[in-house]
Structure formats: C-alpha cells, structure tokens
Design a protein around this ligand. Structure first.
Ligand SMILES: [Zn+2]
Length: 232
C-alpha cells in the first residue's frame, strides 16, 4: 500500500468507521468478497451420520471473525459471513435453516448463529426459523457431569416451533467444536417432527476432521467446557 493510499484509507476510516478490515471497502464491517477468500472448506465432516459443511478451521482470521461477532455488536457482520458461506456452498435440498439457539439470559445482543443463517438463507432462498431452545434446567444439570455425553443430555435442546414438522432442516452454527451440540439439535428437530438433513458452520475444530470417531471426543470433558463458553 502506498503512503497516500494509507493516509486516504485512514482518513476514510475516521469518516466512515465501518470499513472492511481486509480491503478497506467502506460501509461494511467485512465485505462478502473478502470473507469468501478466507474460506477453506474441508470435505464434509461426518458427525455420526449428520453431514457437516464448514467454512474452514477455527483458526487465524476465521476465528477472529467469530470472536468479533460474539463480543462485538455487529449483527451485519454475521449476515455477511453467512452470505459468504451461501455463495461458496451449493444450495442444499432443505426446506428450512434452523440456527443453534442462544441460552436464555445470555448477555449477547443477538444470536450469532441466527445472523449467519439469515445471510445463508438470503443467498439460497431458504427461510430461517428459530425453531429450537435450550432446556435450561437440563443444561444446568450438566455442569457436574463427568463425560460429555452426561454433560449434554439427549433432551438438552427442544423444538419450540410447529413449523419444523415435516420439514427437511439444515442446522446452522457459528463454530462446531465437538459436534455434540449439532447432534443434540438434530435430535430435537426429529422430536419436532422434522428431519435434520445436514449442518453448516462457519468454522470447525481441527480435530473434527480427524479419522477418529466422534465418540472418542465425547469423553474430552475440557472440550465441552469450552463449547459451553461458546454458547454462554
Ligand atoms: Zn473487503
């Protein structure tokens, strides 16, 4: 970048604080073109029968964007991240996108997974339904568990909307850490009369790609503690 260009960019940042951190484009917290360039999707990951597509590993700029989305208050960034995913992956054979919900009482200004789902749904022309909620009492009981399976009981998520019934659903999350949250969400969709056909996340934990079966991960208590933080 030349010096005049840098000065111009800095001046524009003062005038228009919203600018893409990657290319400097004004009016956007990060532009879809730059977000798409960051994506490095692995082959779909098999989560005990549920196929997960992820934008890339939870590392570097991909991870920074998740943190910005969670701890900043820029919902538009999440929608742009979703658009980048939607323009990268082919439209799935699904009727609905259902985001992983926020815990009740969360201090987050918005559900980051729902923002991503909105962006993806806009590209694919698939409606988004906030169709799941945490069973807070069941989630609270999990804190003393020893294994992850015990820590996240089968009914930790529940369907809250009739609109799920009879629908093919793609689940959407910001980060897939162990995959257990998505599997519990798929169970809840089933209990609501729908069918979770696949899942999509912005990033995935590196070890989800490993040939080890997911069941090995269920006994890593530490990893779920982290996942719990993600949903706090
Ligand atoms: Zn850009």
């Amino acid at each position: 970048m030349s010096i005049p260009e840098a000065v111009l960019r800095f001046a524009s940042h003062l005038l228009w604080p919203l600018s893409c951190p990657f290319c400097g484009a004004l009016g956007e917290s990060a532009c879809v073109i730059c977000l798409r360039r960051l994506l490095d999707p692995p082959m779909p990951i098999d989560l005990d029968g549920l196929s997960l597509s992820a934008g890339g590993e939870h590392d570097g700029a991909m991870r920074e964007l998740v943190l910005e989305l969670k701890y900043g208050s820029d919902r538009v960034l999440g929608v742009a991240m979703g658009r980048a995913l939607g323009e990268t992956f082919p439209r799935p054979d699904a009727d609905l996108l259902v985001p992983v919900p926020l815990h009740r009482g969360s201090e987050r200004a918005f559900n980051q997974s729902a923002a991503i789902a909105e962006g993806v749904g806009g590209v694919w022309g698939i409606p988004v339904l906030d169709g799941l909620a945490w069973n807070e009492r069941r989630a609270a009981q999990t804190s003393l568990g020893i294994t992850e399976r015990q820590m996240m009981p089968a009914d930790v998520l529940r369907p809250v909307k009739k609109g799920i019934s009879g629908k093919r659903v793609m689940l959407v999350d910001d980060v897939a850490t162990t995959g257990t949250t998505l599997l519990r969400a798929a169970d809840a969709i089933r209990r609501g009369g729908g069918f979770a056909v696949s899942a999509l996340s912005w990033t995935h934990a590196q070890r989800l790609k490993s040939p080890r079966s997911l069941s090995d991960n269920r006994y890593e208590e530490k990893s779920f503690s982290h996942r719990g933080d993600d949903n706090a």
